[in-house]
Design a binder for this molecule. Structure first.
Ligand SMILES: NC(=O)c1ccc[n+]([C@@H]2O[C@H](COP(=O)([O-])OP(=O)(O)OC[C@H]3O[C@@H](n4cnc5c(N)ncnc54)[C@H](O)[C@@H]3O)[C@@H](O)[C@H]2O)c1
Length: 366
């Protein structure tokens, strides 16, 4: 299997062939090895570590450039396949030409974040265990923003093999990525007195372990890009919650998993800074417009009305007003509020290991 070597060469070429440390190249992989004119052919011995692979590529690219007066756009690696190098055609937008990966992207915050990344000029990889949803959403984004702007892939963040496969497909499509948004999350509310251990495990597996698995599979790609292009920085951003900053009544599994996520963010930030990877969390308030709250069948508004959780509420609107009244700014969090925090963290050169609240004042840091 050439998985490991492809995962090294794609990100290495993105970084080595870039014109600067801001926007790396797009690199696509094909197992075919025809002999297009002007291709650079490289031999890479088996079982080398990333620094050695980068060194071989760096030298081969330098020789090629000397001989041809230009950098190659096709790199054939013997026994592996062909890497095609290009500039993104997208030239305008706040993140023009970058590659963003978003987990849990088939609906809710993840879908909106993906859409806004595409609108701001990024190429977007939508990952979700709902493969049909991720693929359909990616097709929509391609229709709206142009072909090649989005792909949708199956991936379960709790399963290391599934995440590894999704990251590998991402490398084959784009060579790597610049920002990884760990958004996939689930909520099963329940009292500590009655919640089943199975429900607790489910929430913990997706929100807490899933974040660990995601970072473990994503970080090596980002690190390789940095090794190839030493001034380059990239981002891992976890979508946490206001429940990661203060407890949540009868919702301990969720709040605990989100508090834990902030511990992971702080620890990963300390460790991955050597790879020029910033790691931060965003802690949104309630996204009342998203399906979690507003789904007409299973949304939390309908559930809370049915279970009488809000005293005196007679309609779904009464329940919504009750929750909006808890927010000093009197409205729920929206995807564009979260997106502003994502852009802030990507553009900020002096921030890592932080948990940024986006709660309309409902949770304030002390
Ligand atoms: N909705 C809110 O009010 C709110 C508030 C604060 C934070 N958040 C956080 O934002 C994130 C997104 O929440 P949302 O409300 O958009 O959720 P959602 O339920 O609308 O969407 C979650 C998506 O994640 C996917 N998913 C679930 N388990 C997965 C797994 N194991 N692997 C891969 N994908 C998986 C689902 O298929 C779905 O598409 C979560 O981390 C959540 O905790 C949500």
């Amino acid at each position: 299997m050439n998985t490991d070597i492809i995962n090294m060469i794609g990100p290495a070429l993105r970084g080595l062939l870039a014109d600067n440390s801001e926007i790396l190249k797009l690199v696509s992989f094909s197992p075919e090895t025809g002999k297009p004119a002007k291709a650079l052919t490289v031999e890479i011995p088996k079982d080398l570590a990333v620094p050695a692979v980068i060194e071989i590529l760096r030298n081969a690219l330098a020789e090629y450039s000397k001989a041809h007066g230009a950098k190659p756009t096709t790199v054939i690696v013997s026994g592996v396949g062909t890497f095609t190098v290009a500039d993104s055609p997208v030239k305008t937008g706040r993140v023009a030409g970058t590659v963003a990966v978003v987990t849990g992207a088939a609906q809710g915050f993840g879908l909106e974040i993906s859409r806004q990344f595409a609108a701001a000029g990024a190429h977007v990889v939508l990952l979700d265990m709902n493969q049909a949803g991720a693929t359909a959403a990616a097709q929509d984004l391609c229709k709206q923003f142009g072909s090649g702007r989005a792909i949708g892939l199956a991936s379960n963040v709790t399963d290391p093999a599934s995440m590894a496969a999704a990251i590998h497909e991402t490398v084959k499509a784009f060579g790597g990525f610049d920002v990884f948004v760990a958004n996939a999350g689930v909520l099963k509310a329940g009292s500590v007195k009655t919640q089943s251990a199975a429900d607790f495990d489910f929430v913990t597996a997706v929100n807490y372990k899933g974040y660990f698995v995601s970072v473990q599979k994503a970080a090596p790609i980002l690190a390789t890009q940095h090794l190839a292009n030493p001034e380059y920085w990239s981002d891992i951003i976890q979508i946490n919650s206001k429940s990661g900053l203060e407890g949540s009544n009868k919702n301990g599994a969720y709040a605990g998993s989100k508090f834990g996520g902030i511990g992971l963010t702080q620890s990963f930030a300390m460790e991955l800074v050597e790879d020029n990877i910033k790691v931060n969390s965003i802690c949104p308030g309630n996204f009342f417009d998203g399906p979690l709250w507003s789904d007409p069948k299973n949304g939390l508004f309908v559930q809370y009305l049915a279970t009488g959780k809000v005293p005196g509420a007679k309609t779904v609107q009464d329940v919504q007003k009750f929750y909006e009244a808890k927010v000093p700014m009197r409205r729920g969090c929206m995807a564009q509020d979260v997106m502003k925090a994502i852009f802030y963290l990507m553009e900020q050169n002096y921030e890592t290991g932080q948990a940024v609240p986006v709660t309309g004042g409902q949770v304030m840091l002390s």
